[in-house]
Design a binder for this molecule. Structure first.
Ligand SMILES: Cc1ncc(COP(=O)(O)O)c(C=O)c1O
Length: 383
């Protein structure tokens, strides 16, 4: 192997490069909050919610403390709780299923499509049957737009309609992506997203948002995020929680949203370069016609037995990789007793053994990307 220990290591996600680009604009935004001192639900929160709504086309945007809270608030506002089943993919980040359990409902795992990594809508009916067979009432499905790519929303929506399920889109990794010309945030009954720093649109701490076109749902979520308040803040009409996006984070996100379209274009260019250079030696990720991804991750599939060797070879050259996700949820300690839809989740198992993600962010320069491409090709040839 051709070891290049003289070269600096490449960041997996370069939050610092974006910080350098934003420079004094973010400093000034934070300074404005420090001077007006409205730290909770201050003017920047309202301004950011309006800008986000205009960006994605949703009627209502309600920001909150995290992407996880955005999902919890949505499920609570939909009235989902004990005795209900919530369908979700097994191949996802744990929060997708965690929120169902947190509201007292039961997550039911559905398999994913091998090419897109997203929920296979054909499995929804079987998961509904599995839920009913153990006395649960199927109430909702949470498709996930994994790694930045929209799920097959037309198919999910058709299956959900047939089974009378709410659709709660988990767009934590994919805000900014579009499905046949429509940005995420407008699919299903509600959409949840995350502003965790590593996300395509991330803040400098925790944050999240719910998007919906439904007035009643929006009102319930606004109430739930502040202890379930009614018309007066000391008149509590629901059991809620304290989950608000900090004004400081909203001020930062307003600046980040200005450069977001340019960053999405850059991520797209970088992903295309990866695919052009690697598609002949490894299975590269796809974006089906009509769908755009924000490439939260650039995820390859390699034969299971060769993945560790690839990661080790790249690490030796200062190139980090990550496995999202090494254990599908139906096999995790906290989730293994929840039901799986009839037909199983074999694709989730297979992907967990094969996936490996390369460094991916809007500031990955061409020489660094060439280094990664060259190292991946050499490692795969050597194996
Ligand atoms: C698919 C998915 N859903 C939900 C979440 C939860 O978001 P947060 O970390 O902001 O709570 C994440 C975050 O990693 C995620 O990737």
């Amino acid at each position: 192997m051709n070891l290049r220990t003289d070269l600096p290591s490449i960041p997996f996600i370069d939050v610092a490069a974006q910080r350098r680009r934003l420079g004094s604009a973010v400093d000034a935004a934070v300074a404005r909050v420090l001077s007006h001192c409205q730290f909770i639900l201050g003017p920047e929160v309202r301004a950011f919610e309006a800008e986000l709504a205009a960006f994605c086309g949703a009627k209502h945007v309600i920001t909150c403390g995290s992407g996880t809270d955005a999902l919890v608030l949505s499920l609570r506002a939909m009235g989902i709780g004990p005795g209900d089943a919530v369908l979700c993919p097994s191949f996802t980040f744990c929060a997708t299923a965690e929120v169902a359990a947190l509201v007292g409902a039961t997550p039911i795992f559905v398999d994913v499509d091998v090419a897109t990594f997203n929920i296979d809508a054909n499995g929804i009916m079987a998961a509904v049957d599995a839920a009913k067979s153990i006395g649960l009432t199927p109430k909702a499905v949470i498709p996930v737009d994994l790694f930045g790519l929209p799920a097959d929303h037309a198919a999910v929506s058709a299956a959900a309609k047939a089974e009378n399920l709410f659709v709660l889109d988990d767009a934590a990794q994919a805000f900014g992506a579009s499905y046949h010309g429509r940005r995420l945030g407008t699919f299903g009954y509600a959409t949840a997203t995350s502003f965790f720093p590593a996300k395509p649109l991330g803040c400098y701490g925790d944050g999240g948002a719910v998007m919906t076109d439904n007035d009643g749902l929006a009102e319930a979520i606004r109430s739930l995020r502040v202890h379930g308040h009614g018309n007066d803040k000391y008149d509590n009409v629901r059991i809620g929680l304290a989950s608000r996006l900090d004004t400081m984070q909203a001020a930062i996100l307003i600046e980040k949203l200005k450069i977001f379209p340019d960053e999405i274009a850059s991520r797209d260019r970088i992903s295309r370069r990866y695919t052009e250079a690697l598609a002949d030696v490894v299975i590269t990720p796809v974006a089906p016609a009509g769908l755009t991804s924000v490439w939260a991750q650039y995820t390859l599939r390699v034969p299971a037995g060769r993945r560790d060797a690839l990661a080790t070879a790249l690490k030796a050259e200062g190139i980090p990789t990550a496995i999202y996700y090494p254990i599908p949820l139906h096999r995790q300690h906290a989730y293994k007793n929840f039901p799986v839809g009839k037909g199983g989740v074999a694709v989730s198992d297979r992907l967990a053994a094969e996936v490996i993600s390369l460094p991916m962010h809007a500031y990955l320069d061409t020489p660094s990307q060439d280094r990664i491409i060259d190292a991946v090709r050499r490692a795969l040839k050597a194996a």
